[in-house]
Design a protein around this ligand. Sequence first.
Ligand code: 5GP
Ligand code: MN
Length: 469
Amino acid sequence: MIQVEGINIAVEGCFHGNFDEIFGEILDIEKKKQIKIDLLLVCGDVQTIRNKNDMYNMACPKKYLEMGSFYKYYTGEKIAPCLTIFIGGNHEASNYLREMHFGGWVCPNIYYLGNSNVIEVKKGNTTFKLGGNSGIFNNHDFNNPKLESFPFTQDQLHSVYHIKQFDLYKLNLYEGDINIFLSHDWPLSIEKHGNINDLIRKKKHFEADILDGKFGSISHQYLLNKLQPNFWFAAHMHVKFEALVNHQSNKKTKFLALDKCLPGREFLQVFTYTKEGVDLYNQFAFNNEPIELYYDPEWLAIMKTTFNLQLIWDKMPKLFDINYAQKELKIIRWQKYQQMLQAKQQLLINYKNQRIKIPNNFQITATPHYKNDPTNKLTLPNRVILNNQIDDYLKLFNESGLQLNGFLFYEPQQPQKKEIQNQFQVINKIEIQQNKEKVKQEILKQLDQQQKQQKINDNLNILDFPLLQ
Ligand code: 5GP
Ligand code: MN
């Protein structure tokens, strides 16, 4: 076995609450190969259930509802054997993940990436950018720009995990290199880049969708072509599948989907990420520096640029158009997208030299389940709270989570979004005044030039983007 400097990574498909089993498997691999796994990446359906409230906020047939063992990791009774990072699938404690909408620790050593995110992973001299997009694609809910507010109705319990156009928009503003990307369902047509016959042989019921060209998510197909990461890991289809995508830019993406955790199934893959970014199966890193997570400056700039847009969530304009006949998803209101892109580039000037470590600021925020609870009672508080982690995070770009109360969070004691919106808009306006003026002037200058060159069909309404007002 060759020793290299790098990060030993295990990737897992669907997790389905199997904390003890999957962590047990990690320990077995470590013992067998005499290595230390630095990082476990999980591609969704994790089921981080802390208590009965969470159980009833998960979309799942009633007969499969189980408490699982997450609550032991939540209380610290047990601890994940390695740093674990996950994105959400379609079976999650959606109330809890909503609390961590922009990313956060769900318990010590287990980090949820949020609805969409890009972060930096570092160990010694090796670093890589990790991106992700939680949920699965649903055409109806993608086109309906509303965000579900807690408490969720039965319908919302399902739509809450459907991919939102806003997250795709944010990821689409990312221009840097992403090395590893995580999703739950697969990019549309990814099967064409791998052994399609083998896939159909293993999963006969995929054949009709594959032949119809309807297999996978159109939003992930779009992102795969746009971001062109070195690796893309996914799950959801309950089968292992490998593909290699050669992009027009000559970049390559190695795609790997893994199965769910069941005996005898291929649900784990171990590999080593090295500084050169090459995957070295069967070669492992023996350098044992600690692994660290950092915020990504460009993502912070995107968060700041798009922050005000989500305050008008209930009136948010449609940002994408999907032409199913052409299998094409595209941005509409192109000029406005360009404005956002430029606003981000301006902010990035301030953010780019900042290296901010993701703090270990996990705190227990709900009453955990306890083993001998004979009752079926819900535990308080049954709401999506604005927790300390989101508060800390939003402070990084001078925003307050209270602006999102009433739709992202649900703090009945605090003013709801509608009451405080005006007040915060004033504060916000002052805070971003300097940047805004500069960006606005540049954009107006550019638009002026563009208008001279071509007739703009898209009727520009700058009011839709409060940042640029
Ligand atoms: P889950 O574990 O999320 O409840 O269910 C995932 C299951 O749905 C998998 O077993 C997979 O076979 C099936 N599935 C998900 N998406 C598709 C699809 O687009 N076409 C087909 N035929 N099956 C799908
Ligand atoms: Mn799933």
